[in-house]
Design a binder for this molecule. Structure first.
Ligand SMILES: Nc1ncnc2c1ncn2[C@@H]1O[C@H](COP(=O)(O)OP(=O)(O)OP(=O)(O)O)[C@@H](O)[C@H]1O
Length: 620
């Protein structure tokens, strides 16, 4: 039996992966099995979040033991195949007749290789163009931040960044760099001031335009999910309030947008098409595009975003590189950051050097949001570094304020049901939908997986049962309907018609007439938007949700529930992302063994973006 058939029989491949390989076999029955298997695995790799597949490590995709081709022979078969293109240079378009590309050790589906190439090209285009708004051209990192700030802006700069004088204020450094560079990456953990810094930078740009007598910069604030866009806009509004309180010119502050949008909305989706209205031929009419939660953006979306940024505009990407990468083919942020760091270390100046990747990367480390109630910093650092000994001893010590470890607890509903249930029953007692939504955000169970006893699906079903038990006898309307007063709902697909997006959470409540409606946050937090449950896009209960779905959200109290046994979705990024969703209290339930196994695993992805953006792309 061929390896392809063996993999298919063992259900190691998806039907789509097998269909791709079989179509190549049909078109050319002489196609070697090794090439067919590589095609199927390149397709499977995309579903697992990779851009391509490395034939040197097939077991990273398929754990079960198979007789994989010897790597030298496998590469030789790929190189000789008519189905496999081998572009000479990283920036050459690959031949359209070949469905596969073998490049820099990775086998790609052509479409994904092209996304990577187009993304690299787009990032270079943006980075190399001097920004139309603001001063262009600069030394990389002079010791004196003031040297980066044009003279007339200096007083405002010091008003916005009073700590600049200390010389090591990363926030002012980021803003000063942003004034001069078109492509800026600002990274840091939660609450390190990414949004605050960028808001101040945007005020500087507005001031610069005003001084120059040019129109104010057109600014877009966007994020991959509706919830993340909303949170970002909220942070911008807070930052602006703080600035006006500091005496910063209100007229300048008023020029900044105070609403965010999803990337899909920004780029303007076309129903049932994988392309957007906004693209290279019809670019976005913004001078500055600020995108939050960049770690969540997958390769195709990032490629399309970058292509739609007009010449001379700025692109500012904000994100936390230690969070989970996007579910879809990605780890795009990691690739860009890798190349940006190399560019910084290797080159004193990027101007005029076409080979260097022209991005500025500032990493913010000082946390400003830390609530006195939650001491997460040392634990998050140990998790990020994969140091399970330290993480476990911190968890066990009980010394971190607000952090509770329920070691070995595999059923939090059994052990802490009373506390948890009290929270959910209180949702039904809220005086109005806005209050109920605010209460719903106070506590959330986050799971690593969807299926299994510690998965979101079973936990939600059990919680519904428990709540039905508490409601029994409280009136005829409390019967067995899936939609009951006080049930929080999680939207699981984007619906532009409803303005509801994957990850949005609403709550079912009866209105004044007794009709059960589902309420979702609106533009005005005091006025949630009601929808009839039957009209909603795909949804689930939201008592418990996966860490993946919770990306971009925060809750006062998080219960991070890990599976009893190791599961391959576990990684240090997943644990870090789950923990850092907590604002004031974190509970971790799981075994030491599973935590150690999770922290040993890095959710890294196969991607060629790093080298493509680096110099090697130009001499491949
Ligand atoms: N330099 C500063 N001095 C004092 N407070 C600050 C400073 N920078 C940020 N903050 C405060 O820290 C909090 C978090 O800031 P901000 O929302 O900008 O962080 P963030 O990195 O964007 O967070 P997240 O990743 O959660 O979106 C805000 O309350 C903000 O006012």
């Amino acid at each position: 039996m061929s390896l392809l058939d063996a993999l298919d029989r063992a259900r190691a491949l998806r039907p789509l992966d097998v269909a791709l390989a079989q179509s190549l076999r049909r078109l050319d029955p002489e196609t070697p099995d090794a090439v067919l298997v590589a095609a199927a695995l390149a397709s499977l790799a995309v579903a697992a979040g990779h851009a391509g597949f490395d034939p040197a490590e097939p077991q990273r995709l398929v754990e079960a033991p198979f007789a994989w081709p010897e790597i030298g022979a496998w590469r030789a078969a790929l190189e000789a195949s008519r189905w496999v293109a081998r572009p000479e240079r990283g920036d050459d378009e690959s031949a359209p007749y070949a469905p596969l590309v073998f490049e820099h050790g990775l086998v790609y589906l052509r479409r994904y290789r092209e996304y990577e190439r187009r993304l690299a090209e787009g990032l270079r285009r943006i980075g190399h163009a001097p920004p139309q708004h603001g001063a262009a051209g600069a030394d990389a990192f002079p010791a004196d931040i003031d040297a980066l700030v044009p003279e007339p802006l200096a007083p405002l700069f010091h008003q916005l960044f009073p700590d600049t004088a200390s010389g090591d204020d990363a926030q002012s450094r980021a803003a000063a760099a942003a004034l001069r560079h078109s492509l800026l990456l600002v990274t840091g953990g939660p609450g390190t001031g990414k949004t605050t810094t960028i808001t101040r930078m945007l005020v500087l740009l507005a001031a610069q335009a005003r001084d120059a007598g040019t129109p104010p910069p057109r600014i877009a604030l966007a994020a991959p999910t509706g919830r993340a866009a909303e949170r970002m806009a909220e942070s911008v509004r807070h930052a602006l309030q703080a600035l006006t309180a500091l005496g910063v010119d209100e007229g300048l502050c008023a020029q900044l947008p105070t609403a965010g949008t999803t990337l899909h909305r920004l780029l303007e989706t076309i129903p049932d098409k994988p392309v957007f209205r906004r693209d290279a031929d019809n670019p976005l009419s913004y001078d500055v595009v600020v995108v939050d939660e960049a770690s969540m953006i997958d390769l195709p979306l990032m490629a399309k975003l970058v292509e739609a940024v007009q010449d001379g505009a700025r692109l500012v990407l904000l994100g936390d590189p230690d969070q989970l990468p996007s579910v879809e083919a990605g780890d795009v942020l990691a690739g860009i950051l890798g190349a940006a760091s190399e560019a910084e270390q290797g080159k004193p100046s990027v101007e005029g050097d076409p080979a260097a990747f022209p991005a500025r990367h500032i990493h913010l480390t000082r946390g400003y949001r830390q609530s006195a109630a939650l001491d997460l910093v040392p634990l998050a650092a140990a998790v990020r570094e994969g140091d399970s000994d330290t993480a476990l001893s911190l968890l066990r010590s009980g010394e971190l304020s607000g952090v509770h470890f329920h070691e070995g607890d595999v059923d939090v509903l059994q052990s802490h049901g009373k506390h948890l249930l009290a929270h959910w029953t209180a949702l039904a007692e809220a005086s109005d939908p806005a209050e109920a939504l605010a209460r719903a955000g106070r506590l959330r169970i986050l799971t690593a997986v969807r299926e299994g006893p510690q998965g979101a699906r079973i936990l939600n079903a059990r919680i519904e049962e428990l709540l039905a038990g508490t409601r029994r006898g409280s009136g005829p309307a409390s019967g067995g309907s899936r939609y009951f007063h006080g049930r929080p709902l999680l939207i699981t697909e984007n619906s532009y018609r409803h303005r509801l997006f994957n990850g949005d959470v609403g709550i079912c409540l009866r209105d004044d007439s007794g009709t059960l409606m589902t309420w979702f946050p609106g533009d005005d937090p005091r006025n949630p938007r009601p929808f009839h449950p039957a009209s909603l896009p795909a949804h689930d209960s939201a008592f418990a949700m996966t860490v993946h779905k919770a990306q971009g959200s925060e809750f006062d109290e998080v219960w991070l529930v890990l599976p009893e046994r190791y599961n391959r979705v576990l990684s240090r990024e997943l644990v870090y992302t789950g923990m850092t969703r907590a604002r004031s209290m974190l509970h971790v339930a799981g075994t030491a063994c599973v935590i150690a196994e999770a922290l040993a695993r890095h959710a890294g992805r196969w991607s060629g973006l790093g080298w493509r953006l680096g110099e090697s792309a130009w001499c491949n």
